[in-house]
Write a protein that binds this ligand. Structure first.
Ligand code: WQD
Length: 320
């Protein structure tokens, strides 16, 4: 069997590609290479393609036939919340349009298994300490909206032609499974802090007056290698017929505040720079932490790595 991985040359996708290769599964990568790098995927064939273009359906259908594809893992998407607010149509076009094209090609090619990269951004600003998949999903930005619509699309395809999908709602993904697969984009807290340290600047804390134990925002940080393992668990699960659920939180189940992350960064790097408190960042929920009961019970997956492992591996990859 071979697995088609869209966005497979990206940060998270390349971790999944490597795990699939290690267990001997054939992989074909589809990536527009806007952020992805082909050297991350070893000897896997790479089809350079923007999923939102007219060429996508025929190109994907041909790749499915040529490589004997039996399942798809769909990472390829735009993922910057702020950019999605500024350029909403681009997000709808890329994320929703790209997923629609992929589903058309899968239906044509009779590929009925899909693992879809969804997001904790589908929850919006929850009011409960832990979020559950059966709780309200009220995204507060176009990025989160496109991910929620993606989940609806996979469900509708299930009803219409029998697609079997697992929608994985990622929490705050960080760390590196291998030094050559680190997150090279400086878009999230940990890489932003590393970048500040390199520039000998003080890391910024966006708000210390939230209703949380230390006043800074609390998030659920999950190691990218644990997250990648969740994709393999989901893929295996799609092969069985007894799936009670199609949507799963992928988090550690524990929260860490921005100040706690910065303390861990100080401990790991030995660089002792006092953070500077800034105003709150627009749209940040005070706390977003996964309830992981469903994925633990249904897929038998749980996070094995903690914040120390995340920061240590991220720093090692960053220095490389
Ligand atoms: C984390 C915390 C910031 C930078 C986003 C998406 C989410 C998911 C993960 C994919 C927040 C604070 C940040 C800084 C800071 N992605 N911060 N100083 O916003 O929790 O989640 O990425 O699906 O959907 O929304 O991640 O890394 O930007 O921020 O204090 O210099 O760190 O305010 O509380 P976020 P983040």
């Amino acid at each position: 069997m071979s697995v088609l991985v869209t966005g497979g040359a990206g940060y998270i996708g390349s971790h999944v590609v490597r795990l699939l290769q290690q267990r001997g599964t054939g992989v074909v990568v589809v990536d527009d290479l806007s952020n992805g790098r082909p050297e991350r995927v070893g000897d896997a064939p790479v089809v350079q393609l923007d999923l939102a273009t007219d060429a996508a359906v025929p190109t994907l259908t041909a790749a499915i036939a040529e490589h004997g594809v039996e399942a798809v893992i769909h990472f390829a998407a735009r993922k910057q919340v702020g950019q999605s607010v500024a350029e909403p149509a681009r997000y709808w076009s890329q994320n929703v349009g790209g997923t629609a094209n992929l589903l058309l090609a899968m239906e044509a090619g009779k590929v009925d298994k899909l693992v879809f990269s969804s997001s904790a951004a589908t929850y919006g600003a929850p009011t409960t300490p832990l979020v559950r998949e059966d709780g309200p999903a009220e995204p507060i930005n176009p990025y989160g909206q496109t991910k929620l619509v993606g989940e609806w699309m996979t469900r509708a395809a299930g009803r219409a032609w029998g697609l079997r999908a697992a929608n994985l709602r990622y929490f705050n993904v960080a760390g590196a499974g291998w030094d050559d697969l680190g997150d090279t984009a400086v878009m999230n807290l940990i890489p932003i802090v590393f970048s500040a340290l390199d520039a000998q600047q003080a890391p910024a804390v966006f708000g210390d007056d939230y209703p949380t134990p230390d006043g800074s925002c609390v998030r659920d940080y999950v190691h990218v290698l644990d997250l990648a393992q969740a994709h393999l668990a989901a893929l295996d699960h799609l092969a069985t017929d007894d799936r009670p659920h199609d949507t799963f939180n992928v988090g550690s189940g524990t929260g860490a505040s921005v100040l706690e992350v910065l303390a861990e960064v100080r401990a790991v790097t030995g660089v002792d720079v006092e953070p500077v408190v800034h105003a709150r960042r627009a749209g940040d929920p005070p706390q977003l932490v996964a309830d992981v009961e469903r994925i633990t019970t249904t897929l038998g997956w749980r996070a094995t790595k903690d914040l120390h492992d995340i920061v240590t591996s991220a720093w090692s990859a960053w220095r490389r």
